[in-house]
Design a protein around this ligand. Structure first.
Ligand SMILES: [Zn+2]
Length: 440
């Protein structure tokens, strides 16, 4: 079906412009002035924003193998409801995505089931460099390397192999940057501590030095080649400062969870804010914002990492790390940005334009005539209430969010994926319209 959106405030790459938008055969046919002869279903949306669908370059949708936490179908719907139209999923599933065969199986799983466009990272192990050599830069967004253990079994600390990967990978290397030996040393210091005894336990056990030392080392490693290197979920002020002097082929990400909460929030949330790297001090959070504002950190990714409520209710040592982010993303970003005087355009840059540029995504990531019509209609005057923990109204299968019970500013009115209206005012419209992402 074709669409004509009337009197919308379009967030174009060159700035905001009020006008009409025409979606024809899956693409943006006209942005600004729509010819009189144009045919399409009309939507009157005066005063609402039209922005490119967000691109989340960091999610854990848990399929295959961990589907009691989430799957490609449920979590892509949650993403869509929050204004996301493209996701890049991480390889720490069960089994992990560490062979060509498993990567292809995952692409197959996503077909007709993923509501957003999709791409899948490949996981590096100590013995799959031959598989990595064969990866296609046109289809694979990157190789994920876990320098410290987190959810799943992927961990790579063998420096010889890391040096080879940095010189030989045909695709971007994406790093979880924490130094495993410093985490283990911290754990020896607190052999059986509990949240009751140590209010910022997770911060103590995954200390800032682990991040800082690892990122310092990565920046040296990056100088060995021109292979693009991306550091995900940055958390410390010192890393932002280190990145001010990075080579041009290094990029970085931080996540909404680190921009919203700090270690001071642990007594209230405990395991529900247990994620890796740990939440840091409020001073670190301030520097992450500055890093984003100054362009030292290019992109925001969510690190959407669902776990069940039951899993999060376990003791500290038994509870898995990770926090869900999808369902309410755009209102969440809009609300925390507003508190700093940042407009919606800020998030369009960090979660659409910048990832599209950085990854050379073909014909997506901005409102441009001829591009795929991935778009979001956002009502800044309305609000979004996040359901309470356990409510069946949550979009994510895990049915909770650290935002539970909050009222956020703004509301996602509608989301189009490849020109298909997929979400309208709280209701999903089948079929799932996601396609595999192409990279130039
Ligand atoms: Zn992650």
């Amino acid at each position: 079906m074709n669409w004509i959106l009337r009197e919308v405030r379009m967030l174009l790459p060159e700035g905001e412009r009020e006008g009409d938008a025409w979606i024809k055969e899956g693409r943006w046919q006209a942005l600004g002035v729509v010819p009189d002869k144009a045919v399409g279903k009309e939507v009157r949306a005066k005063g609402m924003y039209l922005l490119p669908g967000l691109i989340d370059t960091h999610v854990h949708f848990r399929e295959p193998g961990l589907t009691h936490k989430g799957n490609l179908y449920t979590e892509s719907r949650a993403a869509l409801a929050g204004g996301v139209t493209t996701i890049f999923d991480m390889p720490n599933t069960s089994p992990p995505t560490t062979t060509q065969e498993r990567w292809e199986a995952k692409m197959h799983l996503a077909q007709n089931r993923c509501w957003t466009n999709y791409a899948f990272y490949f996981g590096a192990t100590s013995d799959n460099i031959k598989e990595i050599h064969r990866l296609s830069p046109k289809a694979v967004p990157g190789v994920k390397i876990f320098l410290a253990s987190s959810t799943g079994e992927l961990l790579l600390t063998d420096e010889k192999i890391l040096h080879r990967l940095v010189r030989e990978s045909p695709v971007r290397l994406v790093f979880h940057s924490e130094k495993e030996s410093l985490i283990q040393a911290a754990q020896r210091q607190y052999p059986s501590a509990t949240w009751e005894k140590v209010p910022d336990l997770h911060y103590r056990l995954r200390p800032p030095e682990a991040c800082i030392e690892s990122t310092r080392w990565l920046l040296e490693l990056a100088c060995e080649s021109q292979v693009a290197l991306h550091i995900v979920h940055l958390t410390t002020a010192q890393e932002v400062n280190l990145l001010r002097h990075r080579p041009a082929h290094v990029s970085a990400e931080t996540c909404p969870v680190y921009l919203t909460w700090s270690k001071e929030d642990f007594p209230r949330y405990r395991n529900f804010l247990k994620c890796n790297p740990s939440l840091k001090r409020i001073e670190d959070q301030e520097m992450l914002w500055r890093g984003l504002e100054e362009g030292v950190i290019e992109v925001v990714g969510t690190d959407h990492a669902p776990h069940t409520i039951e899993e999060k209710m376990r003791s500290y040592y038994e509870a898995p790390s990770g926090v869900p982010a999808h369902g309410y993303l755009l209102p969440w970003l809009y609300t925390i940005g507003q508190a700093r005087g940042l407009s919606l355009s800020f998030w369009v840059e960090k979660m659409a334009h910048a990832p599209a540029r950085l990854w050379n995504i073909q014909q997506r990531g901005m409102l441009r005539e001829g591009f795929w019509a991935d778009g979001v209609l956002f009502d800044a005057q309305a609000s979004t209430r996040v359901p309470s923990v356990g409510s069946a109204q949550h979009y994510s299968l895990c049915r909770w969010s650290p935002l539970a019970g909050r009222t956020l500013h703004g509301k996602v009115q509608a989301t189009w994926v490849n020109g298909q209206l997929s979400f309208w005012d709280g209701t999903f419209h089948a079929p799932a319209a996601g396609r595999a992402v192409d990279f130039a």
